[in-house]
Design a protein around this ligand. Structure first.
Ligand code: ATP
Length: 823
């Protein structure tokens, strides 16, 4: 990407359409930047397809010309704008980031957008767009674009500007519109030619339209992609609201019925239900029995109240139906709870608050990666290739034929209408069903345990290492599962030290009720490993007669499991199933792509950096060197840099040397010199705490301060333990439930295999001491012995990382190669 030459001067426009969603601005930013790097000219279309139809009116040509003149006569402008590198700087300076400042007003000296819907933009126009919710270029639903006449006008407007490629970010309607437009394009062009509206040359140059779609939708309702842009942020908003409602519900012992968005998709309701520990949920894909749902709901909620629960949360998706396709309305649910159970019940419809607010970390990272891929797809497109939808599957950015995805999405609605609910569920990804099962496993309180006496176990749960978001949610899910099955869950407080002190107690269903939302570690945790006294640890295992053991923690938990597994040779008490559920903000456990806590800490970093960046540009140009935790693993620094638009990232994997620093200073000086005069700019540099023992955060900050001279100042900030986050993110909570339940069923299966052994002294096989890992969307068990091959034990991290490649993207998106090459 960095070395791309402007051989293919594509003129590319990006628009946002349909309902707005957080992350759309990150898409526009990434598309504009990636396209400029590739040598394209970039445009934004305001107000979705409506903007294409309205175009720039008659005033457009005049305004465009004066704007180009203004830019080209700037003192920092170039003599030969055709050269790729200089073309880049031309784009950098284009507009000076004034796009938003002037808005639609007719500002005499600046850029006016009044009456102009297709606007040429440059690099700095999209600076700082990351942290803004909604879509800054506007969105609309355009009835005119649905007509051929409207699309003919849109075609004409695009050709007038010379645009030959379009990125559309919107829901399935918008993407269908994109496909219709592309299919019709040759006919529209020929009609424009025949009516003399365009020249022969224009018709030849614009014979085909290149188009690519990105899914911006808060519902997460598109098939063939795991996440739609904006859905994670909407989930954040919902969980924040429910967390707030929880305390008032508890205080008054009330029931709350919350209506959340989702017309044909229950993803938001389901994920919120799991993440917030709701009592009951209604989603369209799994409608309850029309004749019995009220009884079932009341029975379940009464069982919760019977054990002493003071609050009740029921979540209803906007499109919730019963098995006879009758809508389930929040008010009706409220009446049932009030009348049948006598609960003081309130309805809260979250409405548009779900759409609003700053995008969460995922909604900055994924749109960025997808925006970059969209530009690649357009550059590679030929008249024969289909229009692609850029999605994400198994943590990888994907391209799928756009209409295949739209068709499959519509099949879900069709399946629901045909009452084929099994099919509706099967069209969702496997994680959806697992999450639904997880919801019931953690919320249904059975009158009788499911397992017979001889299969019931005593299961020990321990937190090891530093606290991480989701540890408590994982423990809650494990406890609830145990109780449902008939096992006894025991909390070991304060790690292996606590075990030696008999700091152990049995956990109850109600006792863990609020743990989903709690940060830190409810059990208490420390970094001591079992080799403090392996024999005594074994004696404690024996004394408490544990049949299974789960450790929730980071690298220490992994190395502890290794010690216990190796200890099986000498201590029979360790011949039980033992598992490690990775939970660490450093995300340094080998093989797993995500550990619990890593999402919470990325969000904490994004929040802190947004505030720092604001302060950095408040009074003067300032470079903030932000220090992150992460041990010897640069995950949080790298992904944090991608999520905040930091211009430099220092990781332990790459280290820091003088040449690097020299180039960094050079880059910063040139970058500040290119900034528009009279504006203060804050820039972020993210440094992992142990990236270098010599070039510390303080040293780098002072170096930048000294070298910045009158161009820029520098300050540092250490985020330290704030990165552990307060309230765990919904992603970490939902992940915690899913993984924890898998751990419990793994322990059960391994225990049952052990029971089948004939001898009195059971010999646990190596695979019964294992780590649960996320690889793509699959969850895989890896025996701890095998994990060692993938671990860099000295540096306490995995040997291979999937995220390290993003360092190059961080640099590409701040134009480092181009700015350094400028000489
Ligand atoms: P959301 O998920 O928020 O509803 P969406 O993209 O599905 O987003 P729609 O209102 O269905 O929202 O579509 C947005 C716009 O896309 C429409 O107003 C229309 O301009 C265009 N569009 C949708 N379907 C078509 C179509 N079949 N042909 C042409 N244009 C279409």
């Amino acid at each position: 990407m960095a070395n791309a030459i402007a051989k293919n001067k594509m003129k590319l426009a990006v628009l946002t359409s349909g309902g707005d969603s957080a992350g759309m601005n990150a898409v526009v930013r990434a598309v504009v930047k990636a396209a400029i790097i590739k040598g394209c000219e970039t445009w934004i279309v305001r107000e979705g397809y409506e903007g294409l139809v309205r175009g720039n009116g008659d005033s457009g040509d005049h305004r465009r010309q004066s704007l180009a003149e203004k830019t080209l006569t700037s003192p920092r402008e170039l003599k030969t704008p055709e050269a790729p590198e200089e073309g880049f700087v031309h784009n950098l300076r284009y507009g000076d980031g004034e796009l938003l400042k002037d808005g639609t007003s007719d500002h005499p000296g600046g850029r006016t957008l009044k009456g102009r819907y297709i606007v040429r933009v440059g690099w700095d126009d999209v600076r700082g767009w990351f942290s803004e919710g909604g879509t800054l270029i506007g969105t609309a639903r355009s009835a005119t674009f649905r007509t051929r006449e409207g699309r003919l006008t849109a075609t004409h407007n695009m050709i007038k500007e010379g645009i030959d490629a379009l990125v559309v970010c919107g829901g399935d309607g918008s993407l269908t519109g994109a496909d219709v437009f592309r299919a019709e394009w040759p006919g529209l062009v020929s009609e424009l030619r025949q009516t003399g509206k365009i020249s022969e040359e224009q018709a030849a140059r614009h014979a085909h339209l290149k188009i690519v779609g990105l899914v911006g939708s808060i519902d997460n309702d598109m098939s063939m992609t795991d996440l739609t842009i904006g859905a994670p942020t909407a989930l954040h908003r919902i969980c924040e609201s429910i967390d707030n409602i929880n305390s008032t519900a508890y205080s008054h012992s009330r029931a709350f019925v919350l209506e959340v968005m989702g017309r044909h998709c229950g993803w938001l309701a389901l994920m919120a239900g799991v993440s917030c520990g709701a009592d009951f949920i209604f989603i369209p894909e799994s409608p309850p029995d029309a004749d019995h749902w009220a009884d079932e709901m009341c029975k379940m909620i009464q069982s919760h109240r019977d054990v002493g629960k003071r609050k009740t949360i029921v979540i209803v998706a906007e499109g919730a139906l019963d098995s006879k396709l009758q809508p389930i309305r929040s008010d009706h649910v409220k009446d049932i709870l009030s009348e049948r159970l006598g609960l003081d019940t309130r309805v809260t419809t979250l409405g548009h608050t779900q759409r609003g607010g700053r995008p969460c970390a995922i909604d900055r990272i994924l749109p960025t990666l997808q925006g970059v891929e969209a530009v690649e797809a357009l550059l590679e497109a030929t008249p024969e290739t289909p229009s692609y939808m850029i999605g994400v599957r198994e943590n990888k950015i994907t391209r799928v034929p756009l209409m295949d995805a739209v068709k499959m999405t519509r099949e879900v609605a069709d399946a629901i209408n045909e009452k084929d609910f099994e099919r509706a569920m099967s069209l969702r990804d496997p994680e959806f069903r697992e999450t639904l099962d997880g919801f019931f496993a953690t919320s249904v309180l059975e009158s009788e345990p499911r397992l017979p006496h001889h299969l019931r176990m005593r299961i020990a749960i321990m937190h090891v290492g530093a606290p991480a978001g989701g540890m408590n949610a994982a423990t809650r899910a494990a406890v609830r599962y145990c109780i449902r099955q008939g096992h006894k869950p025991f909390a070991i407080h304060n790690g292996f030290v606590g075990l030696l002190d008999d700091n152990i107690h049995q956990l109850s269903w109600l006792g863990v009720d609020n743990w989903t939302t709690r940060g830190g570690s409810e059990l208490g945790t420390n970094r001591k490993s079992p080799d403090i006294d392996l024999g005594a640890i074994a004696a404690k295992f024996q004394q408490h007669n544990f049949h299974g053991f789960i450790m929730i923690g980071g690298f220490e938990a992994f190395s502890s499991l290794l010690i216990l597994e190796q200890g099986r040779k000498h201590y029979p008490a360790f011949n039980i199933p033992m598992v490690h559920l990775p939970a660490t903000i450093s995300n340094n456990v080998p093989l797993t792509e995500f550990s619990l806590g890593s999402d919470t800490s990325l969000n904490a970093l994004v929040d802190a950096c947004d505030a720092i960046k604001q302060s950095a540009s408040a009074s003067r140009n300032r470079v903030f060197v932000v220090e992150t935790q992460g041990g010897q693993c640069g995950y949080i620094a790298t992904m944090g840099a991608l999520a905040t638009g930091a211009c430099i990232v220092y990781t332990p994997e790459r280290g820091i040397d003088l040449d690097m620093l020299r180039n960094d200073v050079k880059y910063l000086k040139r970058r500040y010199a290119l900034d528009a005069k009279g504006k203060n700019e804050g820039r972020l540099v993210i440094r992992n705490e142990v990236a270098s023992t010599v070039y510390t955060t303080e040293v780098i900050m002072k170096m930048f301060k000294e070298e910045g001279g009158s161009l820029f100042d520098s300050r540092s900030a250490s985020l330290g333990h704030t990165l552990q986050g307060g309230v765990p993110s919904p992603t970490d909570r939902a992940r915690a439930v899913r993984l924890s339940l898998k751990c419990m069923s793994f322990i059960e299966q391994q225990h049952q295999l052990l029971l089948k052994q004939q001898s009195r002294t059971k010999q646990a096989p190596p695979e019964s001491a294992a780590v649960i890992t996320i690889q793509g969307t699959s969850v895989k068990w890896v025996p701890v012995q095998e994990m060692v091959e993938h671990a860099d034990m000295k540096n306490r991290r995995g040997k291979h990382t999937w995220w390290e490649q993003h360092t190059e993207l961080v640099e590409a998106l701040v134009a480092r190669p181009q700015i350094l090459a400028k000489g």
